[in-house]
Design a protein around this ligand. Structure first.
Ligand code: HEM
Length: 411
């Protein structure tokens, strides 16, 4: 294939991936579907291939966590001496069965659909409180004043954490700096030092919360997780702390970015905002799915081959790593008609943005409810808002895609 020779090896640190990764995703998907990246792992990008890897629990998993990291840092790197990586190795997203199955079922037993759906009226109230706070100003930064605040307040409500605690600003700031350990690349020394410090800080906070819940049980998710410890295979204090940090961070980081990315897209394709404004109740759920498909806040997932295997007949050796480019799969024309058209009425919920198989996102229901209510509320409350698309600033990370600023004005 001539295109293969011309394609530069995929580099997750490439600056083009920050502003707009989709042209590069398309080049890889169309010209080199089994691509070798610069750090040495395979990159798959077609919908069927991404799905095949994520659904195949027999041949793909986390494998050897330490060896996976040594691929980036070299053989002498002491992975577990870093609290950031020690924490990550214990998060169930990084574990294979049977440990993954055990922890995941304890989490889903506490994070029930009933508990999540019961939050809907409160989510509507929070949306109203947030827009009431800036409506009269005639302008707002939609990222800091709405997109982040909503899911942070919701996850606090669900977990039973006091949103007004003086530590809240530091906890929120700690998440993106700690979650940098998810990026499959060698971190810079300052990045890694900060991530380690942030994980230590989050662990201290959540351990104290659990001690408090064991002494004074309440009707919240933290109490429910803490109480699993009474059963023989329940969560230990360390496991519960690890899970709590993951749920707290995943609970707002990805959802905040979906709301921000959605507002950006809806205004970049202004006719789609106008359609939503004309029918907020009817179109909000479908608009949210289209944002997830078109501009997901998590663009990739990593796996390791657990045995010699194949992806669509392409051989992969045991121990080799594979990056599944979820963002590229979501725009694959073999799956979605006219895939680069942003269409709030498309109604396609079979995108790969929540992953698939045994690691399918445990927060998908919550994220869907929050996104739907947020878009419906904003279309109803601020139908005439204008968004400064040129001033929009993207975060400097590949894996978690989102904005740091999106100014809007009205009135
Ligand atoms: C729009 C928002 C969200 C997106 C795009 C998203 C995306 C994903 C994806 C792609 C995975 C699978 C990763 C893999 O296979 O390696 C995943 C797993 C996970 N998500 Fe989400 N997520 C979102 C919201 C949430 C929320 C709100 C929570 C918590 C309340 C959450 C908690 C988790 C957890 C704990 C896992 C690991 C599940 C497992 O390993 O079994 N996510 N998410």
């Amino acid at each position: 294939m001539t295109g293969v020779a011309q394609l530069e090896p995929f580099d997750p640190a490439h600056p083009d991936l920050i502003t707009d990764p989709y042209p590069m995703f398309a080049r890889i998907r169309e010209s080199d579907p089994f691509h070798r990246s610069k750090p040495g792992y395979w990159v798959v990008s077609r919908y069927d291939h991404v799905r095949e890897v994520l659904m195949n629990r027999k041949d793909f998993g986390t494998g050897d966590f330490v060896e996976n990291l040594k691929l980036f840092y070299g053989p002498d790197f002491d992975v577990m001496a870093n609290s950031g990586y020690r924490w990550l190795s214990d998060v169930f997203i990084m574990q294979d069965p049977p440990q993954h199955t055990r922890i995941r079922s304890l989490v889903t037993g506490s994070l029930t659909a009933k508990r999540v759906r019961a939050l809907e009226p409160r989510i509507r109230e929070i949306c109203q409180e947030l827009t009431d706070a800036f409506l009269a100003d005639g302008h707002a930064d939609l990222i800091t004043q709405f997109a982040y605040k909503l899911p942070v307040m919701v996850i606090c409500e669900l977990m039973g954490i006091d949103y007004e605690t003086p530590e809240m600003a530091a906890l929120i700031a700690a998440i993106p700096e700690a979650f940098v350990v998810f990026e499959a690349r060698k971190l810079t020394e300052p990045e890694l030092t900060t991530a380690n410090r942030r994980i230590d800080q989050l662990e201290r906070f959540f351990r104290a919360e659990f001690e408090n819940r064991l002494a004074h049980p309440r009707d919240d998710l933290l109490t429910s997780l803490a109480q699993t410890g009474a059963a023989p295979d329940g969560l230990t204090m360390q496991e519960a702390t690890t899970v709590a940090i993951a749920l707290f961070g995943a609970g707002f980081e990805t959802t905040a970015n979906i709301i921000g990315n959605g507002l950006y897209r809806l205004h970049r394709h202004r006719d789609q905002w106008d359609r939503l404004v004309a029918d907020p109740t009817g179109l909000a759920a479908s608009a949210n799915e289209e944002v997830l498909r078109y501009e997901s806040s998590l663009v990739a997932a990593y796996r390791t081959a657990l045995s010699d295997t194949t992806i669509a007949e392409h051989p992969v050796k045991a121990g080799e790593r594979v990056l599944t480019l979820v963002g590229a799969a979501n725009r694959d024309g073999r799956k979605f008609a006219d895939p680069d058209r942003f269409d709030v009425a498309r109604g396609a919920a079979d995108h790969m943005s929540f992953g698939g198989g045994i690691h399918f996102c445990v927060g998908a229901e919550l994220a869907r409810i929050e996104g739907r209510i947020a878009f419906e509320h904003l279309a109803r409350t601020l139908p005439a808002m204008r968004v400064d698309l040129h001033g929009a600033a993207w975060r400097a990370n590949f894996l978690f895609r989102g904005l740091t600023r999106l100014e809007a004005h009205w009135g």
